[in-house]
Design a protein around this ligand. Structure first.
Ligand code: NAG
Ligand code: NAG
Ligand code: NAG
Length: 422
């Protein structure tokens, strides 16, 4: 009797332990099954590793820890499916834009996603992530769910800490002396900030390719983006008071709602397409409807409310500058009434700027301002397609034709063939 009782209790405890350990995985499994049944496209539910594996591009997951304790997952595609020759060096790092993640480079599929196309061209391809998105929501000591300090960051910290940590990690891991860097929108502004705030880091990069690179946003035309950003700025004191520090996370109400509606092909092609156009500008036929159905599974990927407020501030000033805390706090922190500008002259890396005429987020006037302030611009290439906009860089089906040749032209100039380690 007694031994049978012990047996049952032990079994129960073992069962509880197993279930607890498996709980998250099982939950994820059930959630995915349910969503597939509801008509969500499979790709919208897969992560970077799963997506690349599905299309025959094996990849690796790497963990980078920043100086201030943030833990970022970044990815590397080992060899593109269509890469025939030796792998080219140095490594190429792709950095995503605001509210995005590394998965943005995969959403348009293996025919158009830049991560696929560049690894097909035999580049040692790395896709980075920033603090605050779903691959950057871990910290050595802070809990993003309970510690508000986790969310006290803007592009300034991303540029000053995340970019150097990711670059150093790749250099060390691949035993390279330098890398080539491709920054999309915020992924370029954080590069400029790194050069401004962290002396010497620029020298680790041979060529910087900015895709719709962001800096100041004085003339941003997108009314919808201005409204959303302004809402964050107006609500900032209230949001922080009630404890909202995270903006637009994956799995949050906004992303869940968009993903729910846009899973449907007809709604994706009409309503969701119109929504994307409102954020940017219309470019009929550029993004496949399937891409729209998939991208809403990875976007918005989350950032801090404070970063959204910085973005909002950037829409109303004529410089590329630090966070504005108000005159008194600025005086204490910066020693000036106005926040100091980032030093764009410090981006000494040879730079290529690729931009679109129909970009309503980083508009031609602000692109011109940026290139006139960068000291080492090799070329400012304006995409021939006059409807090329901001979101096209990640989601268009035309990337292979419209921007890839220019990217490859400069990457190949700054690369060499190697086969060490492959
Ligand atoms: C991606 O998904 C795979 C399979 O579910 C999982 O093992 C892996 O941990 C995930 N990677 C990340 C970074 O979440
Ligand atoms: C550099 O890489 C080696 C081996 O890949 C690893 O053991 C070491 O911890 C790395 N160092 C840093 C600072 O990341
Ligand atoms: C900006 O950076 C450049 C290049 O490193 C340097 O010569 C210049 O003094 C810096 N300007 C300021 C205001 O710090």
């Amino acid at each position: 009797m007694f031994s049978k009782g012990i047996f049952v209790v032990t079994l129960f405890i073992l069962y509880k332990i197993t279930l607890n350990n498996a709980n998250k995985e099982i939950q994820k499994y059930i959630d995915r099954k349910f969503k597939l049944h509801q008509g969500y496209p499979l790709d919208s539910l897969l992560n970077f590793t799963e997506l690349t594996a599905k299309y025959g591009y094996p990849s690796e997951e790497h963990t980078v820890v920043t100086e201030d304790g943030y833990i970022l997952t970044i990815f590397r595609i080992i060899r593109g499916k269509k890469c025939q020759g030796p792998i080219r060096s140095p490594p190429v790092l792709l950095m995503h834009g605001l509210l995005m993640s590394s998965d943005a480079w995969l959403d348009s599929g293996p025919e158009s996603g830049l991560a696929y196309l560049l690894s097909d061209a035999c580049y040692d391809l790395w896709a980075g992530n920033t603090r605050g998105n779903y691959y950057g929501k871990r910290h050595r000591t802070l809990n993003p769910e309970t510690d508000i300090d986790f969310w006290q960051f803007t592009v300034n910290e991303i540029g000053s800490f995340d970019m150097p940590a990711v670059i150093d990690y790749i250099l060390n891991y691949t035993s390279s002396e330098n890398i080539n860097y491709i920054g999309y929108s915020q992924g370029a502004s954080t590069y400029f900030i790194m050069c401004s705030e962290r002396k010497g880091y620029c020298d680790k990069v041979q060529v910087l390719i900015g895709l719709g690179p962001d800096s100041r946003n004085t003339y941003t035309k997108s009314i919808f983006s201005r409204l959303v950003a302004k809402a964050y700025q107006d609500l900032y004191p209230t949001l922080t008071e009630v404890g909202f520090y995270e903006a637009l996370p994956l799995g949050g109400i906004v992303q869940q709602t968009i993903a729910f509606f846009c899973r449907d092909f007809v709604i994706a092609d009409t309503f969701c397409r119109a929504l994307l156009s409102m954020f940017d500008s219309p470019h009929p036929g550029s993004a496949e409807t399937q891409t729209i159905r998939v991208l809403v599974g990875h976007f918005p990927a989350g950032t801090s409310v404070k970063n959204m407020v910085w973005y909002s501030q950037s829409l109303n000033v004529d410089d590329f500058q630090h966070f504005d805390y108000g005159t008194r706090a600025n005086m204490e922190l910066y020693g000036s009434l106005k926040p100091p500008a980032f030093n764009l002259s410090a981006t000494t890396t040879p730079t290529v700027v690729i931009s679109g005429k129909n970009d309503f987020l980083v508009v031609p006037a602000d692109q011109e301002w940026l290139t006139s302030h960068l000291p080492n611009v090799l070329e400012h290439y304006i995409v021939e397609d006059s409807l090329w906009n901001h979101l096209d860089i990640a989601y268009s089906k035309l990337t292979g034709k419209d921007i890839l040749p220019k990217i490859l032209e400069y990457l190949s100039k700054y690369s060499y063939e190697t086969d060490v380690g492959f």
